[in-house]
Design a protein around this ligand. Structure first.
Ligand code: DLL
Length: 438
């Protein structure tokens, strides 16, 4: 173990929010060189992978050289279950999180004291950029537990100097009660859960616009500009994005400015993003071109991660509010959430975008895929807005069907159902119900 325990520090006076691109890249290179060496020397999975690929940490002389290194897949983490990815002795690991593992082995991640501190700093950076301030009261409705959302957001809000209400997800009636009684100024949760809370309030005859909330910092699932507008109108708030994933850290890998609302800035002093062609992964894409997001951590001690394939589809854009860091465009979906319907690719976000433009239709919808005969069929089951009945519902359904055909190219069936009849999420909403293999 010859590499230092921590990544190189930035130059004196380095301010991540005002640093230039050159300053950020200079720091990235030093930290990347530390990371690949740390991973190679301390994680057998990486030693074997680099050796098999014919690369060595000494080969990393420029940021471009990163492309010579192999990818890490979720499957690599599963194979190392539970602690085989850790690059530090177990007694230096202060916290463990894990993915829900609905399919296959859960993926386990770990953090040293320094990792937890950087994580809290980065979430605080995101919240501040999104307009949350020290002294604000923050209602945290991300789930607490093995999921990184609850505890990750919690630590960041405390680090910022806010007062945290650690509500976790679920118990919607209680959420509503505490929002009224404790008067929070900011709420943290998934976009579909914020929608579900608004909906439950309205059904109780309460107006979400009358609460004390001013800001929502939303993430953990894909959402669209149309959904932002819907939530901002329903609540009378500013809604900003926060992005992250447990394998790379948790929430706070990227965050959005409430001034520009133009996509989340990836904190490139701690993560090096790349965009690759998901179908020909050897091809890296230029900035601006769409593809799959890949991350390499730059400072993580317990779980350095090299070129992790997120399967999230987006593109990289130049920084705006924080000029040294690139932004990510909205995530259109995950490559494993893509529905291929008779040869046409389709994502739930496309349906969200279209449905929210049709008068009389609500943002509450599910996609059901069946295979009654040889061909796959898609049914969009969507709630009408309250007050939309009879002929108006039929017209709205026909319009949605037409727009999906024109804009996406797929024919599907539409069922417009009564308000309040589809399942609500209290965290990440499962929009796709695939019944093909039943
Ligand atoms: O969802 C971490 C998180 C918690 C992020 C709270 C933001 C807020 P995982 O459970 O590992 O971690 O899931 C990560 O969720 O690869 C994306 O597919 C999706 N995702 C996360 N944030 C966003 C976002 C947390 N802002 C996976 N927009 C990621 C779109 C998101 N998708």
């Amino acid at each position: 173990m010859s590499t230092p325990a921590s990544a190189p520090a930035p130059r004196d006076g380095f301010d991540p929010l005002t640093a230039s691109r050159e300053e950020v890249e200079e720091l990235q290179l030093a930290r990347l060189q530390w990371t690949v060496r740390h991973a190679y020397e301390n994680v057998p999975m990486y030693t074997e992978k680099f050796d098999a690929h014919g690369v060595h940490p000494d080969d990393l002389k420029s940021l471009e050289d990163l492309a010579r290194f192999p990818y890490t897949e979720k499957e690599d983490l599963r194979r190392c279950y539970p602690f085989g990815m850790f690059a530090v002795p177990m007694e230096r690991v202060r916290r463990i999180h894990a993915s829900s593992g609905t399919t296959g082995q859960p993926t386990v991640v770990g953090y040293t004291e320094a990792d937890l501190s950087i994580w809290a700093d980065l979430v605080a950076r995101c919240l501040h950029l999104s307009g949350v301030r020290a002294g604000d009261r923050v209602h945290n409705a991300y789930g607490y537990g093995l999921f990184t959302g609850g505890l990750g957001a919690h630590a960041g809000a405390e680090r910022l100097g806010a007062t945290v209400i650690p509500m976790s997800g679920g118990q919607t009636e209680k959420q509503i009660q505490l929002i009224q009684d404790f008067q929070p100024t900011a709420i943290l949760c998934t976009p579909t859960y914020l929608l579900a809370i608004a909906d439950a309030m309205q059904r109780q005859g309460l107006d979400p616009r009358a609460t004390s909330l001013k800001t929502a910092v939303l993430g953990a699932e894909p959402w669209t500009e149309e959904m932002r507008r819907e939530l901002e109108l329903a609540w009378g708030i500013d809604a900003c994005d926060i992005y992250g994933l447990s394998e790379v850290m948790g929430p706070g890998v990227a965050g959005e400015s409430c001034e520009t609302k133009d996509g989340s800035h990836i904190w490139e002093d701690h993560f090096r993003p790349e965009i690759i062609d998901p179908f020909e992964p050897e091809r890296t894409m230029a900035d601006g071109e769409p593809g799959e997001l890949v991350f390499t951590s730059l400072t993580k001690q317990a779980l350095p991660i090299i070129r992790y394939r997120t399967h999230d589809l987006t593109r990289l854009l130049p920084g705006s509010a924080a000029p040294g860091h690139r932004r990510m465009g909205r995530i259109t979906g995950r490559s494993d959430d893509m529905i291929i319907l008779r040869g046409v690719n389709l994502f739930p976000t496309q349906i969200e975008e279209i449905a929210l433009g049709v008068p009389g239709l609500s943002p509450h919808f599910q996609l059901e895929i069946t295979r009654p005969a040889a061909m796959d069929e898609l049914t969009v089951r969507i709630e009408a807005r309250p007050g939309t009945e009879g002929a108006a519902r039929a017209t709205a359904g026909a319009e949605l069907r037409r727009l999906i055909k024109v804009r996406v190219g797929s024919s599907c069936a539409i069922e417009v159902v009564d308000p309040g009849t589809l399942a609500r999420s209290s965290g990440k909403l499962k929009r796709i119900h695939d019944l093909r293999n039943r």
